[in-house]
Design a protein. Structure first.
Length: 380
């Protein structure tokens, strides 16, 4: 029997949190039974494209969705579903924008239409967003997203979420949803002193206390605050380094801010990487002061790696999986974050594998549940 093909819908398959999550499931699913294909909305090549195709997945590229004038997009999608009638499941990861592909999927009588929540935005403060580097267009898009939430239930047959907070944000009150854990291959992140030593030597930071961050350079991630925290750390302790892993539209802005603070030479901007588990090995602490999130995969990875983790209290406490994570207010002075981080300098990295597994975030157990769902379109 041929494998059932599931159409996963994303903006682009770069190394973001939702994309990394679905790739963890894709790598571990029995692809003789369930195969993933991807419908994306950017034409350029993405970080995961080669791996997807190597595992037998197909990638279809449409134009970006214009929420104010979606008719052109609807025409493209109708042409797509006319040509590709093999899909019984459409799994959309576009948050509020999921209403657009799921509307046409419903029109084509696709019986299983999944809307998946990955973020939770509590409030939109236009002045705050603009002051943190977002242009008016991006701010306007966020306002539109709040309106689009109302349409999700018209078109979805199943509601998935990375956590309670994200699901409660995206779906209407009292609407049931299923948690699909942002599961990782926890074994890959277990602390390995040899890898840590090799990577620190490679980047010439072997005698440094290394603070790290993994995330796209967007206003959501609050990189300017990270710079201010790190500047405060350096004023108290010189032998420290900061590592940024990721890329994005605000990277140049953050690099310029680092230069103005005269701390640029203490920072590694490593860009988009495929060796994420190994890079975690060279970090000693992890900083994540986001304005909003769903349930970040990066915080699960960082705890799995045994790092001291310092996260914004805007993030759901569902991600509190080990004793290594602490939530701090981004309304506080960066000095407070700096003191908390330096207070953990002497802490040794823990082996948190059993804890991550017992809390339900290792991929091995999760894949069984969702593979069975894709095959039967229902949960037992």
């Amino acid at each position: 029997m041929a494998a059932i093909r599931v159409l996963q819908v994303f903006t682009i398959m770069n190394r973001g949190g939702a994309e990394s999550m679905i790739m963890n499931y894709y790598r571990n699913i029995n692809r003789d039974k369930v195969q993933f294909d991807f419908l994306v909305h950017r034409k350029e090549k993405a970080a995961f494209d080669d791996e997807i195709e190597a595992m037998g997945g197909k990638i279809y590229k449409l134009d970006p969705i214009n929420p104010l004038s979606p008719n052109s997009y609807y025409r493209q999608l109708r042409e797509f579903f006319n040509e590709h009638q093999e899909y019984e499941i459409v799994h959309s990861h576009l948050n509020t924008f999921s209403c657009f592909p799921l509307k046409i999927a419903k029109e084509f009588n696709i019986q299983c239409r999944i809307a998946h929540a990955h973020i939770a935005i509590e409030k939109i403060k236009i002045k705050e967003l603009l002051s943190n580097g977002e242009d008016l267009k991006e701010t306007f898009k966020k306002l539109i997203k709040f309106q689009l939430k109302k349409r999700i239930n018209k078109y979805a047959t199943h509601n998935f979420s990375c956590g309670e907070k994200a699901g409660n944000w995206l779906f209407p009150k009292n609407t049931p949803f299923t948690i699909m854990n942002n599961a990782i291959d926890a074994k890959a992140f277990i602390y390995n002193p040899a890898i840590s030593k090799a990577y620190k030597e490679k980047y010439k930071i072997k005698d440094q206390f290394v603070i790290g961050h993994v995330g796209r350079f967007t206003s959501q991630k609050n990189h300017s605050y990270i710079l201010n925290v790190f500047n405060s750390i350096l004023e108290k302790k010189e032998n420290c380094s900061l590592v940024f892993i990721g890329d994005g539209p605000l990277r140049e802005k953050i690099e310029n801010e680092a230069k103005k603070l005269s701390i640029y030479d203490k920072i590694l901007f490593l860009g988009v990487r495929s060796d994420i588990p190994e890079l975690y090995q060279m970090l000693d602490a992890f900083i994540f002061p986001s304005f909003y999130e769903g349930l970040p995969v990066t915080l699960i990875e960082a705890q799995s790696a045994g790092l001291s983790v310092f996260a914004s209290d805007k993030i759901t406490e569902e991600v509190y999986l080990t004793e290594d994570i602490e939530f701090l207010s981004i309304e506080e002075s960066p000095d407070i974050w700096a003191d908390k981080i330096l207070g953990k300098m002497a802490k040794e990295k823990a082996d948190n594998f059993d804890c991550i597994k017992n809390k339900g975030y290792d991929i091995e157990e999760n894949i069984k549940v969702f593979q069975e769902f894709y095959l039967t379109k229902k949960f037992e």
